[in-house]
Each structure stands twice: as C-alpha cells, then as structure tokens.
Write a protein that binds this ligand. Structure first.
Ligand code: SF4
Length: 504
C-alpha cells in the first residue's frame, strides 16, 4: 500500500483509466484506420469526473483505446480511477489486476460497476450510480481520511450542476468525434433497456447556458467536425428543446460559422413532430440513431415498445430522412415472438428503409431490466450480459432453437453487409436524400488521406470495387454535396463487413 502520509497531503496523483473496447460494431475499429484516428469518442464520464477533482491534484487520463497503459503510469498514481461500461469488463478486470499487483489503490464507477458491484469486492472504493451525487461524498471522506468501500445513491442527480467536462486533458486529435451530454433518462420503458434502470424515466436536462458553454469549450480546444450528443433519448423533453435549446444551438452555430456536425439518439416519435425535425436540422443535426428493433408487431408488444407500434415504420424512417436527417438504426432478433421468417423479413425491411448504418444485434437481458426479471422468473437466465449484443452470444435460453436463431442472425448480417446489398442501400438512401442545410466543410488532411485509402483498399483491391466506383462517380457527378458522405459510407461498409465476417 502507498504511504498514507502521501495520501493525507494536499495533493494527489490521479490516473483516470478508460478500459479498452472489444472489436464491436460500435468500435468502428476497421474504419478508424482510414482516417488515422485511434478511437471514436473521448471518455466523457471520466472527463466529467476529472472536473470534479480538486484543482491542485495532478490528473492524467489514459484512454486505452487510444494509448497503452504502462506500469509506470500506475506506479505514478496514488489512485487509479476506472470508469467502464459492461462491454469493457474484460479490459477493466485486467487493469484492476495490474493495479493490485502494483499496490495502487483503485476507485471504480460507471455502468459496469454500478450494475455488477458484487463482482468487484476487491476494488478499494466503489463510487456507484451517478457521480454528481456519490463522488463528492467519496472525496469529502477521502479528505477526512475515512473513505468507505462503497458509495451508492437511489436519487437522480441534478445535472444542471454537472461541471464542464475537462476536454483539455485528452488529446482530441486521437478521436473522430467529440461528444457531450444534454440530457439523461428516457420517458419510454422498453423491457430490455437498462437506460431507465441506470438513469430513470424522467428526462433530466442541462441548461441552455451549460450546453452553450460546452460547445464553446469544444470550439476553443480547436475541434471542428462531428459532435455527438450522447443522450439516451435527445427528444425526451421536446418542449424545452424547441423553446430553448435548439434555438440557442442554432444561434451559436451561426455565430461560429457552423463548426460542428451534430448527431444524436432519438426515439422514432421524432417522425411525428415536423417542427422538431426542422429545428434540429436548422441547429446542425445531420444524423439520428433510432432504436427500431423489429418490424414484427408481436415482438414490439412483447418488449413494451408502444412508440414503435401503430405506425408504418418505413414511412416514419423515410419522413425523418426527408426532413434532412440520416437515420441510423438499431435492430434486434431473438424475441420470444419472432417467427422463423423474421430473418428474411428484417433484412428486407433494412434494405427497403435505406438505413445504411444498420446495427443488428441479438436480444440479451442486461442486469436490472424488466426482461431480466421475467427471464429469471421463467428460469431462463444463463449468465450476465457482456454488453455486446453483436458477439453471437445470448445470456438466456431463447424460445427459438438457438442454432436456428444464430444461423438466421448470421444470414441477416451476411446479406445486409454484403457489398451488393450494402451499396444498393447506400444508393437507395442517397438518391432521395436532400440535406436541408448547406454543409460547411472543414478541410482536414485526414479526410483527404481517407479518400485515397478508400480508393486503394476498396476501389483497387477490395471485392466491392465495382460497387465502389459506381457509387464514387454517381455521387461525384449527381450529388457532389453528398460525395464525402458516400465515401464515409464505403468506409463504414468495410468495417461492418469485417465485423460480421469476424463472427463467422
Ligand atoms: S426508447 Fe431507447 S433509451 Fe428509451 S427505454 Fe426504449 S430502448 Fe431505452
């Protein structure tokens, strides 16, 4: 154990560690190489925790997705702070083992530790639930020399008091996108989703001033390009968005000459609100990720997703696209009510929707969800969810024969990410997509490099080369304003193909 005298001093060395992601759909690992970037987003939670630490403490952040963690870093630290999601558990466990070996104390928080704290008894301090509530309690006890093993809370934090994340402690050049959070929680109650377990059903929002401060801070770090609002459901409180937030972002974006390309996550009922879509586009939003899940109505009833029912899902998707927002979609197979025809039906649905970025996963039951409780009662739970629903594992006994389910799942992936179908979908989308706002391009040498890499890797040696060149010239001459998006899609397609191929 490190010298207690040192810990009682005025300052400390704090090492913030973000464990490594496995190679998943969301890691975009195979796409990152094209743009010479190391990871998609910086670890926003740790950047926020860093802002809660005393000013005079030394802080160092290592995102293991971008840099390696050396023993000397662990030895430098009085405390190693780890934040992780379930999908990072393997790497988080390795970090904990290394810290133990080197006698450095560990503080852990974030969704992984909050939902599975009983697996982490050997961690020195578990600071669980929302850091705005539990972290100051830990710090106060630490300063008094009486830190407890575990800090929890049943309350939701008031995020209007959340400090500005410390983007200055991370090399932003390592990332393809920056991220910020405006709201937490979601008003819906899908039974497989742990968002409502972790953050509640009442959307909590930051103030307009906080959002503008965060945009300003990102702007002054020198960032230009994509910014992802990481909200669980950005449109959870539509009235405030329309009244205050989107007009403020629009004004800010215009004043700063549109430095960012915005994207976020929303529920499908965005399609029902034309004013909201118009305001989002005006503010600079270009894409939204929507949990569409399944075209099978019985499965939507099963998972308690009424917002996706009683509507023509394809029409809703097309409507959002028509208003100038690219729709990225999340889909799930493995519901009890999925018929054997679901695989073909879903692949055809995705094709028809023109959703290029289509993430299809297997149903899994995260801890604490209604789904997990039901399966537990039915004696069908097998193990904890890994956090990765695209890795061909299911943590419960499905109704459908497992082999039939896994084979059917593989068939969907093989089809939708195959060059023929993938490029056909890109064309289908781009033919009708008309951005409503003129995009300001920020010259970035990495993007030019990515273009040449895509030409070589996909247009010269790739099996997709015929489709690649067809799309290349078609978009260059017919839709030049979408040319960069077309190239981005080709790179995404490469990643998706690799991911699905890797699962064979
Ligand atoms: S709409 Fe999305 S975030 Fe909200 S409960 Fe359903 S799956 Fe979770």
């Amino acid at each position: 154990m490190k010298s207690i005298q040192h810990l009682e001093g005025k300052w400390m060395n704090i090492l913030l560690v973000y464990p490594m992601y496995p190679d998943t759909f969301w890691s975009f690992k195979h796409a990152l190489k094209f743009v010479s970037k190391k990871a998609s987003f910086p670890p926003l939670g740790l950047l926020t925790v860093a802002a809660m630490l005393p000013e005079d403490w030394n802080k160092k952040l290592i995102d293991m997705n971008a840099n390696s963690l050396e023993d000397k870093d662990i030895l430098w630290a009085d405390y190693v702070f780890i934040s992780a999601m379930s999908v990072q558990s393997k790497s988080a466990n390795e970090v904990i083992t290394r810290c133990k070996k080197l006698n450095t104390m560990i503080v852990a928080g974030g969704p992984l530790f909050t939902s599975s704290y009983e697996n982490y008894e050997d961690v020195d301090h578990l600071v669980l639930n929302e850091a705005e509530i539990t972290f100051p309690q830990f710090l106060s006890d630490l300063e008094k020399g009486i830190p407890k093993h575990k800090y929890t809370s049943n309350e939701w934090a008031d995020i209007t008091t959340t400090p500005l994340p410390r983007w200055d402690i991370v090399p932003i050049k390592n990332y393809t996108s920056m991220n910020l959070q405006y709201s937490r929680g979601c008003p819906f109650d899908c039974d497989f989703c742990d968002i409502t377990v972790l953050y509640g059903r009442k959307p909590r929002t930051k103030t307009k001033e906080q959002v503008i401060d965060e945009l300003d801070t990102l702007f002054f770090t020198g960032w230009r390009g994509p910014v992802f609002f990481v909200d669980d459901n950005f449109i959870g409180n539509k009235a405030k968005l329309k009244r205050e937030i989107l007009p403020a972002i629009t004004e800010w974006m215009e004043k700063r000459k549109n430095p960012f390309y915005l994207n976020t996550e929303v529920s499908i009922n965005l399609a029902d609100d034309e004013q909201l879509m118009q305001l989002m586009v005006k503010a600079g939003f270009e894409a939204v990720f929507v949990g569409i899940e399944t075209p099978n109505d019985e499965s939507l009833i099963e998972c308690n997703k009424p917002q996706n029912r009683n509507r023509d899902l394809i029409s809703s998707i097309k409507k959002i696209q028509h208003f100038g927002l690219e729709v990225q979609g999340g889909f799930i197979v493995g519901f009890d009510n999925d018929p054997p025809s679901i695989f073909e039906k879903l692949a055809n649905f995705i094709q028809e929707s023109g959703i290029v970025t289509a993430m299809v996963g297997l149903l899994n039951a995260p801890k604490g969800t209604k789904l997990q409780k039901r399966l537990e009662d039915e004696g069908r739970m097998l193990k904890d969810f890994t956090g990765n629903n695209t890795d061909f594992s299911i943590n419960f006994i499905p109704k459908m024969d497992s082999k039939e389910l896994l084979d059917g799942y593989q068939k969907i992936l093989n089809k939708i990410y195959s060059p023929k179908y993938f490029y056909e979908r890109v064309m289908r989308f781009m033919k009708t997509f008309e951005p409503k706002k003129k995009k300001v391009f920020h010259l970035n040498p990495n993007y030019i490099l990515a273009l040449f890499r895509s030409i070589f890797k996909l247009g010269v040696i790739g099996e997709e080369r015929i489709y690649y060149w067809k799309l290349f010239f078609w978009s260059l001459f017919r839709k030049p304003q979408l040319f960069s998006l077309a190239i981005l899609f080709t790179i995404y397609g490469f990643h998706f193909k690799k991911i699905s191929g890797g699962l064979n």
